[in-house]
Design a protein around this ligand. Structure first.
Ligand code: DON
Length: 220
């Protein structure tokens, strides 16, 4: 509508005045997560993925959705990394009976027989890290759900032999100490977009919606 707003069917437009529009902002990482608890206490943790931008770039005719590109999560050749730098092995070969690797970690944590936490995130190879650190932040560091989600994250995935940290989260002293111990530290952008729910000790639910995205926690 905006592009057509200065169109005049009665008058020729000079080509020199026709310019490119403003393209939609770049798509974010192409996985999403929902954590849900209903009024009866039933929990659902769903992570769903296209894998990369527009998935396999195939829209299902008449259905209006894209097919994902999980083929990237098969191992094309042993030792060759996928889009997220993960190295698959024979178990992930493109052969009948094999399956692709996946980091997706939709998680439901129980305490005894009761629901405790629902957690998950997008983020490719960093998914497992983000889910684990969020759980640790609650269980070990006694943070609220939102604080646990907000906390800075760091990630190591075996190869490359590097610790990735969210930019400006390590103090220069901590960074130097780690480097002295032989670690390679690399700053990067956001790691993950966790959406999680905690069942508090008073039985109330607390949602944690990641401040890194446009995520929202809603109650009923
Ligand atoms: O299954 C996996 O591990 C990947 N297809 C997930 C990709 C992903 O999370 C991309 N976006 N953030």
């Amino acid at each position: 509508k905006t592009r057509m707003s200065d169109f005049n069917a009665e008058k020729a437009t000079l080509s020199s005045t026709v310019k490119a529009g403003t393209p939609a902002p770049k798509e974010t990482e192409q996985t999403t997560h929902f954590s849900i608890v209903d009024a009866e206490g039933n929990a659902v943790s769903i992570t769903t993925t296209l894998n990369g931008g527009y998935g396999s770039k195939v829209v299902v005719g008449g259905a209006g959705f894209l097919l994902n590109n999980e083929m990237d999560d098969f191992s094309a050749k042993p030792g060759v990394p996928n889009m997220f730098g993960l190295i698959g092995a024979e178990a992930n070969a493109i052969e009948p009976g094999k399956r692709m690797l996946s980091s997706m970690t939709p998680t439901i944590v129980e305490r005894g027989d009761s629901l405790f936490m629902v957690v998950g995130t997008p983020g490719g190879s960093t998914i497992i890290t983000s889910v684990f650190q969020t759980i640790l932040n609650v269980v070990e560091h006694k943070r609220s759900m939102q604080e646990a989600v907000n906390a800075a994250r760091f990630h190591h995935q075996w190869r490359p032999d590097t610790i990735f940290v969210e930019a400006k989260t390590l103090t220069p002293t901590v960074k130097q100490e780690l480097e002295k111990m032989g670690h390679t530290i690399m700053e990067r952008g956001n790691i993950g977009r966790v959406d999680a729910i905690l069942v508090r000790t008073d039985g109330k639910l607390e949602g944690g919606a990641d401040i890194r995205g446009d995520d929202t926690a809603l109650g009923y």
